[in-house]
Ligand binder design. Structure first.
Ligand code: R5P
Length: 287
């Protein structure tokens, strides 16, 4: 088996190769003067290739598809790992006439080469997106790994900033209880999105010394900053799987009084304090 990394997941892909004890392929990426991107994988013929690439942008998606195509000619089968699947939030038509972007991505990944065997996505925004792939696709759950980071806190309340994060908050609280025997409450807030950058969250009385706000994705930081404003007087921490941190997200969260931000390495940043490499390697080993 050999691991090939796309341009956006080089640290994580090398950790996955280490965890699997297999080779990391050398890949080249460049952009032509007209903006078109070019990808090349330098590897010997192999039985299986694992392609690892998060999708944060259109160029990332193109790079992923190119890499699968390139690897497919040199191997019997290709497993695709998408640590962060961008476009997954547009998982259905919210308004008539809209493209279902998550389905577009899933179909492209499944069909780009005939020998794509399996797809793995870390905490996909909605589970039904997995059904858009036309090859077997499964989710890798980073929540237990994230919860382990908070082993030395007590009197914790886990906060889901919206209904969509409720399952994550519940499993986060359960994982802390299972690992450390610490009973943890979780609360769900009600969020209304005003625009792409602004949200409103209904006031709710909350108690506890330490609050951990959990979400799958942090993009502009608006959701987290608004939720943190309800938690004045508590030590507020944030745990997310995918830290995208666009625009002034970090400043917004900092100004909202957040003590620490913890994300995984599905999107690499200074806040990637938890690695999903081991969980990816385990999933790949399972036949
Ligand atoms: C929304 O459904 C997601 O789970 C996140 O809550 C959202 O993407 C966060 O976006 P932002 O950081 O821009 O508020």
């Amino acid at each position: 088996m050999i691991v090939a990394s796309g341009i956006s997941s080089q640290i994580l892909a090398s950790r996955v190769a280490d965890a699997l004890g297999c080779e990391l392929a050398f890949c080249e990426f460049k952009k032509f003067p007209d903006g078109e991107i070019y990808t090349r994988v330098d590897m010997e013929r192999n039985e299986e290739a694992v392609v690892v690439q998060s999708i944060r942008s259109d160029a990332d998606l193109m790079c992923l598809l190119q890499l699968i195509d390139a690897a497919s000619h040199l191997t019997e089968s290709v497993d695709v790992v998408i640590p962060y699947m961008g476009y997954a939030r547009q998982d259905r038509q919210f308004r008539r006439g809209e493209a279902v972007s998550a389905r577009v991505v899933a179909r492209c990944v499944s069909a780009v080469a005939e020998n794509v065997r399996r797809v793995f996505v870390v905490n996909v925004h909605s589970k039904h997106v997995l059904r858009y792939f036309t090859v077997p696709a499964c989710e890798i759950d980073a929540v237990p790994l994230l919860s382990s980071y908070f082993s030395d806190l007590n009197d914790i309340v886990v906060i889901a900033p919206d209904k969509g994060a409720e399952d994550m908050a519940k499993s986060f609280a359960d994982a802390i209880y299972e690992k450390f025997g610490e009973k943890v409450r979780y609360e769900v807030l009600r969020k209304k999105r005003i625009s792409e950058e602004e949200v409103e969250i209904e006031h709710k009385a909350l108690e506890g010394e330490n609050a951990i706000i959990v979400d799958d994705i942090i993009s502009t930081g608006g959701t987290i900053a608004e939720a943190a404003s309800l938690l004045r007087g508590m030590n507020v921490f944030v745990a997310c799987v995918h830290g995208i941190f666009v625009q002034n997200a970090l400043l917004r969260m900092r100004k909202a009084g957040i003590r620490d931000i913890i994300s995984t390495d599905t999107v690499e940043s200074a806040f990637s304090k938890v690695s999903v490499a081991g969980a990816i390697a385990d999933a790949l080993r399972a036949k």
